[in-house]
Design a protein. Structure first.
Length: 212
């Protein structure tokens, strides 16, 4: 897919999408965007030096089961999809007047992406071992220093994250969509793998030679 104008990078939280997307965008000279900025949904439930967890976000993770949390975020992604589709179409059109785009985010659900008819568009999903995701999330949240109530919020977010990836893997397998395993790879190596997959794709998300 040498004439690619849009590269979609999906995957669960803490799989390395943002880092990979920035690297790929830099190499291609494309704009880099995230689906997280298109609409709000309760995000990561841990504080940072410049941000406190809002009460409604804490209540969201404290009160819902992992199934309810997963249904909630998938419903959010379904509602967001028309905006994503419009954004992809605008950048994919050769005569649209816009430059290339690398778009990353968990909202890039396999079924919707696989049904895209936009030209010059490629898609790759990043996956990671559950232990890698857990370690990254606990390091970022400062898990070991959190109070018990704060840890429970992180635990709920982690459970949703892992459930999302399990469902995503099922949706990738049947149509043979491209994915890159990030475990043991540097960010540069992940970007290399994404670009290699993009180069071989014949239709959105699928290698021209069939499933790997």
């Amino acid at each position: 897919m040498r004439d690619v104008r849009v590269v979609l990078i999906g995957g669960t939280s803490h799989a390395g999408k943002s880092t990979a997307a920035r690297a790929v965008a830099d190499r291609l000279g494309f704009e880099c965007r995230t689906t997280d900025r298109l609409a709000r949904h309760p995000g990561r439930p841990w504080r940072t030096p410049v941000w406190e967890v809002p009460p409604h976000v804490a209540e969201h993770y404290r009160s819902l089961t992992v199934d309810e949390l997963t249904d909630s975020v998938l419903g959010h992604y379904r509602r967001l999809w028309p905006r994503i589709e419009e954004l992809v179409a605008a950048h994919a059109a050769v005569d649209g007047g816009r430059g290339g785009l690398v778009l990353e985010g968990s909202a890039l659900w396999p079924a919707e992406v696989a049904a895209l008819t936009a030209p010059n568009t490629a898609a790759v999903w990043l996956t990671a071992d559950e232990e890698v995701i857990s370690a990254r999330m606990r390091a970022e949240s400062g898990y070991d220093a959190l109070a018990d109530g704060e840890r429970r919020l992180v635990d709920a977010f982690l459970a949703r994250t892992l459930r999302y990836q399990a469902l995503m893997l099922d949706r990738l397998a049947e149509p043979g969509l491209d994915r890159v395993e990030v475990d043991g790879r540097s960010p540069e190596e992940v970007a290399d793998a994404v670009l290699a997959a993009v180069e071989e794709q014949g239709t959105v998300g699928r290698p021209a030679a069939g499933p790997r």
